[in-house]
Ligand binder design. Structure first.
Ligand SMILES: [Zn+2]
Ligand SMILES: [Zn+2]
Length: 137
């Protein structure tokens, strides 16, 4: 069954529909996510439909990935592979995410000591996560 979620940025210039893979998300503690305003809390989308992409802006934050945001209001929306093969949707941009649960914490070795998430989600270091991603590519 397809789990379709709607979402938008603060100003409404970017509205989207995402078919999410599973009703949980990951939290990323990497330096880049935290500098972008994180920790990054995001869920994998198997497909993503954006009504109007004219306000979308993308920043290439690594050789393979880019961070996508609204150029008008600055809302953080997606992380995606530059080749379009993976789309990850920021949970905060979804209209309704109350039922989602934290599945995995990644880059736990980059997490500073001044915050932590409740519960016992699966935890992976940056090296473990990158190794897993490379195996599935
Ligand atoms: Zn906006
Ligand atoms: Zn990250």
């Amino acid at each position: 069954m397809t789990d379709t979620r709607t979402g938008q940025c603060l100003c409404g210039a970017v509205a989207f529909e995402a078919d999410i893979e599973a009703p949980h998300y990951h939290a990323c503690h990497c330096d880049t996510c935290r500098r972008w305003g994180g920790p990054g809390m995001a869920t994998n989308a198997v497909s993503l439909r954006i009504a109007d992409t004219s306000a979308l802006r993308a920043y290439g934050s690594s050789d393979y990935g880019e961070r996508v945001f609204c150029g008008t209001c600055g809302t953080h929306l997606f992380w995606r592979m530059k080749d379009g093969s993976v789309n990850v949707v920021w949970v905060g941009a979804l209209d309704d995410s109350d039922d989602l649960t934290l599945g995995t914490e990644i880059f736990v070795d980059s997490k500073p000591g001044h915050y932590s998430f409740a519960g016992e989600a699966h935890k992976m270091t940056g090296a473990e996560f990158v190794e897993m991603v490379m195996k599935t590519q």
